[in-house]
Design a binder for this molecule. Structure first.
Ligand code: HEM
Length: 414
């Protein structure tokens, strides 16, 4: 991608504000993600300035770390209630479709009710089960012969974990991928709108059944904890519970799957970093953070200005949407230094924004980290010495999730 799509508009009231002459979504859909090369475009955007106006799309684009964190941190000036994805611009929601679409004080209440079910203590207790599941999965995987690292490895653990966390019966687990693909716009597995609707209805019906069952006979799963979560007599309604579980099923699955797939591709592309990890297993935590920075599975989320304000010195009018381009912010040389475009498992500090920033910071971050480190440890314990790609890596055309659809490779043990 060259700078042809980006240019300054001298006639603009904001002087040197950069204008993008094509909708960002078109730019991204137009062959960039299928070839996994959005990073040239991101670098162009960062070099062009801290803020660009996407005229056809009608939104600002913030490609640098500083503005992404400034906007993310301030839920009063920058709201989520008017949509978090660019196709939602202009949408009005009588009731928020997800927790991510709520603003304070509703968001603060919601978050206080659900947060305890995802705390560090809960995840620490789950860790042995997650580690055992990762080990069993890796042990079943053929080594020294071609496998698809997405279907046979990366896709399996998150479904297992989210299924277990939500208390889904094992018979549902192989439906979870299909359900979440049907929920995320732009994923290419279920383009048929009727099939998408059928899958979404199927998922909603199953979650409603589980919520009703947890009210009668609570277990030790997250749905049962959420059903009984209470602060000062305040509880989640059935609709809020259904909406939240729906979100968990998707958020907890797609993102983690693509992070794990991206990690394996990153280690195949950077074999020295895997050797380094094998030599010093204490690097596993910083490797996990670098994997998150490098893969940034959630490409961007949007906020809308609630009042006239400025960002990076640029006047912003109330109602203007701004896209926080996480995937670009995580390669920002101003934050990560001159080697921002290198995969370095000992990077420190590493203030990446793969989990977002501010009050909506990912609720499942501890769980996702536990899954990523479990897979890395299991692969290292199994004696994998290097990953070799044996064919092209397939990328999803989604402009929301940086999806990897296939990653043919050999896991070498000798
Ligand atoms: C590598 C994996 C993951 C990534 C990269 C990721 C990314 C994100 C991001 C960027 C946000 C910010 C939303 C915003 O600012 O509007 C977010 C929020 C959220 N994530 Fe994750 N996520 C991951 C895994 C998970 C998991 C495993 C779960 C749960 C099981 C989860 C549940 C949530 C929820 C509920 C929110 C909404 C929080 C709020 O609005 O306060 N995520 N995630």
């Amino acid at each position: 991608m060259t700078s042809d799509n980006i240019g300054s508009d001298p006639g603009d009231a904001n002087g040197d504000v950069v204008r993008i002459h094509q909708p960002l979504t078109d730019l991204l859909a137009d062959g960039v993600f299928p070839h996994n090369d959005p990073f040239g475009l991101y670098a162009d955007l960062r070099a062009a300035g801290p803020l660009s106006w996407n005229a056809p799309g009608g939104f600002w684009v913030a490609p640098r770390h500083r503005e992404v964190t400034t906007v993310g941190a301030d839920a009063v000036t920058w709201c989520s209630g008017k949509g978090i994805l660019t196709f939602e611009i202009g949408a009005e929601y009588p009731t928020p479709p997800t927790m991510m679409h709520t603003d304070p004080p509703a968001h603060t209440r919601y978050r206080s009710l659900v947060q305890p079910a995802f705390g560090r203590r809960v995840v620490r207790a789950l860790a042995p089960t997650i580690n055992a599941a990762a080990t069993a999965l890796v042990d079943r995987l053929p080594t020294d012969q071609p496998v698809d690292a997405v279907a046979q490895l990366a896709a399996v653990l998150p479904v297992h974990v989210i299924g277990m966390v939500l208390g889904l019966p094992e018979s549902d687990w192989d439906r979870v991928w299909a359900w979440s693909e049907a929920t995320i716009p732009g994923t290419d597995t279920h383009n048929d709108p009727e099939l998408r609707n059928t899958l979404r209805d199927e998922m909603a019906a199953e979650l409603t059944r589980l919520i009703a069952a947890a009210r009668i006979t609570p277990g030790d799963d997250v749905i049962s904890q959420l059903v009984s979560a209470e602060i000062g007599g305040d509880r989640l309604t059935d609709d809020e519970l259904a909406m939240f579980c729906n979100q968990l099923l998707v958020a907890g699955n797609e993102t983690t799957r693509n992070t794990i797939s991206g990690a394996l591709v990153a280690f195949a592309d950077n074999p020295g970093e895997w050797t380094r990890l094998l030599d010093d297993r204490a690097l596993v935590d910083s490797a996990c953070e670098e994997i998150l920075r490098w893969t940034t599975p959630v490409i961007a989320f949007m906020r809308t200005a609630t009042c006239d304000t400025t960002l990076a010195g640029v006047p912003i009018v109330a109602g203007d949407p701004v896209l926080m381009l996480y995937a670009s912010a995580n390669r920002d040389e101003l934050e990560f230094g001159p080697d921002a475009d290198q995969f370095r498992i000992d990077r420190s500090p590493n203030h990446h924004v793969a989990f977002g920033f501010g009050p909506h910071f990912c609720l499942g971050a501890a769980l996702a980290r536990a899954e990523i480190t479990a897979i890395i440890n299991a692969l290292a314990d199994a004696g994998v010495t290097r990953f070799e790609l044996t064919g092209p890596v397939g990328h999803s055309p989604s402009t929301i999730i940086a999806g990897i659809t296939t990653a043919p490779m050999i896991l070498h043990t000798r």
